[in-house]
Design a protein around this ligand. Structure first.
Ligand SMILES: *Cc1c(COP(=O)(O)O)cnc(C)c1O
Length: 423
């Protein structure tokens, strides 16, 4: 098997003689067949091929294959955004009356999805601390729990999830573990290797890497035995909306990702467009080069901030005094990511003042791309959350989320230094 760096460059698209070297953009909603039986076979999953881009498209499929290869999964489905991925991933195995156990250290949008929107649809969530013990996790699980959820490296608090503990408890209860691996990317962590069953990403972040295209992905590890679990009747009983098809029988190990596409994508939509898949693929071709540079620059920036008299605190899991240092070393030995969070002395007001003085670093509602950027979550992405909810997500009112880019490190540091001097 080729190294992951080679997969970044080449996986997913293997042109034959005379075909384009570069993954083409199949900008077509639909695909032509002369024999209606051929299309019927596609609808019945008795043949492979494309017929409508909401369900599959050759450009999108090539990038799905690449990301599945990077994470070590058996299949993947791209979606129009990270939020669409999380929603589809959960709805594939949860319905009204079901229950989810989630780490509280998750992306703000994920927290709202679970806490508010899915609750309105009858899916309840119990949030647990990311560093819960096995006993604490066990106590949160109910007879109707269908899924355990967490984020490898949480956005924006940078809490590191003990994936193995979460996987152990999930599996002891015959439940799958779903992990949002957006921040480390498969270059720095592959949760499937630590026992996770399903991995999701916002591809809008490092995977695209250039802030060009919104997207998400669900990767199926193929490791969870839905039939043996006995807890997921939606996988093991006939789907009446698919003339009685039983997902585990028809698709075997790929039951989960097949259901995500055949049912949830069919009914709710949210497919990635071929153009965005093409752009995502261009980003992926350099993921293995960009991630080490993000890490190298973030280490230098974290060290600089830590020694600055106007900085109140710095959180970066690679700093030895960080609460998550050991877990970070275990799960992300090559480094975590380019995101560093810190507080400026003087709290919320000083944070806002500092933000107004940066020049090279841009104030944007984004994170994890080539250009250094920063954000004050309490007044932007997380402003719908109460102070208590903020604290549960590990976000303090003065937290600045700095996404260190791949520019020259000394230039980034000089910009921060100048802005701090003006606070
Ligand atoms: C951004 C993000 C999301 C949501 O992704 P979108 O592409 O913005 O919909 C989900 N999880 C994490 C960790 C994120 O950083």
């Amino acid at each position: 098997m080729p190294h992951i760096d080679t997969k970044c460059v080449q996986a997913g698209w293997n042109p034959g003689d005379g075909e384009p070297r570069v993954l083409p953009i199949y900008q077509s909603t639909t695909f032509k067949y002369t024999d209606p039986q051929k299309m019927a076979d596609l609808f019945d999953f008795n043949a492979s091929g494309h017929f409508y881009t909401r369900l599959s498209n050759p450009t999108v499929a090539a990038v799905e294959e690449k990301i599945a290869a990077l994470e070590g999964g058996i299949g993947a489905m791209l979606t129009s955004s990270g939020q669409a991925a999380t929603t589809a991933a959960i709805l594939t195995i949860c319905q009204a009356g079901d229950h989810v156990v989630s780490s509280s250290a998750v992306y703000g949008g994920t927290f709202n999805l679970l806490e508010v929107t899915l609750r309105k649809l009858g899916i309840e969530t119990t949030f647990v601390a990311p560093d819960s013990t096995a006993e604490q996790l066990q106590a949160a699980i109910r007879p109707n729990t269908k899924l355990v959820f967490g984020e490898t490296l949480s956005n924006p608090a940078l809490d590191v999830l003990d994936i193995e503990t979460f996987a152990k408890v999930a599996h002891a209860n015959r439940l799958p573990l779903m992990i949002d691996n957006t921040f480390p990317t498969p270059i720095n962590c592959r949760p499937l290797e630590f026992g996770a069953d399903i991995v999701i990403h916002s591809t809008s972040k490092y995977l695209d890497g250039h802030a060009m295209s919104l997207g998400g992905v669900i990767v199926d590890g193929g490791s969870f035995d839905w039939a043996a679990s006995g807890k997921h009747s939606c996988m093991t009983e006939p789907d009446e909306s698919y003339h009685g098809l039983v997902y585990v029988e028809k698709f075997g190990k790929a039951a989960y990702i097949s259901k995500a596409r055949a049912q949830i994508m069919r009914d709710m939509g949210g497919m990635m467009s071929p153009m965005n898949a093409f752009l995502l693929n261009v980003g992926l071709e350099t993921l293995h080069l960009r991630m080490p540079r993000h890490v190298e620059n973030a280490r230098k920036v974290a060290a600089f901030l830590q020694n600055h008299p106007k900085v109140a605190w710095v959180e970066y899991p690679e700093l030895p005094e960080n609460k998550y240092y050991q877990l970070a070393k275990k799960y992300m030995p090559k480094g975590t990511c380019g995101v560093v969070s810190f507080g400026v002395k003087g709290g919320r007001a000083a944070a806002a003042d500092f933000m107004s003085h940066v020049e090279l670093a841009a104030v944007v509602t984004h994170v994890a791309d080539a250009r250094t950027c920063l954000l004050h979550p309490a007044s932007t992405t997380h402003r719908q959350l109460s102070d208590q909810q903020l604290a549960d997500c590990g976000v303090s009112p003065d937290l600045i989320r700095l996404s260190v880019g791949i520019e020259y490190a000394d230039d980034i540091i000089a910009d921060l230094d100048k802005a701090l001097a003006q606070v």
